[in-house]
Design a protein. Structure first.
Length: 115
């Protein structure tokens, strides 16, 4: 659990492969639904994410980056690739998704891509 300089905020991570794998392995593909049961005081829970990273022989090798945590005030997060991405490659695929948590007191998040 990460609680650096944040007071009551925290994040956590769990390996749920043993829950997900048996369902995905026998499934037809597509969208799967999983139930989440919260066993803590839900006043302090601001969301969940199930992130599945997988490999399949028919798919090309890919890079996946997951920043799972909150940012302290003025903290930054950057991803720098060894080689520049080439969107002209036949197998090029890029996707960025954001899950920005609740904030208060006029807080904001700034997302910059390519400066």
């Amino acid at each position: 659990m990460n609680t650096s300089n944040s007071g009551a905020l925290g994040t956590s991570r769990a390996d749920v492969t043993y829950i997900v794998k048996p369902i995905i392995d026998v499934g037809a593909g597509g969208i799967y639904n999983f139930n989440v049961i919260e066993h803590f005081n839900t006043d302090y829970i601001d969301g969940h994410a199930l992130v599945v990273v997988y490999e399949h022989p028919s798919l090309p090798e890919a890079t996946v980056a997951i920043f799972d945590g909150f940012a302290d005030v003025n903290e930054t997060f950057s991803i720098n690739f060894t080689n520049p991405l080439n969107p002209n490659e036949i197998i090029f695929f890029a996707e960025m998704t954001l899950g920005i948590s609740f904030s208060c007191c006029d807080q904001k998040s700034t997302v910059m891509v390519n400066d």
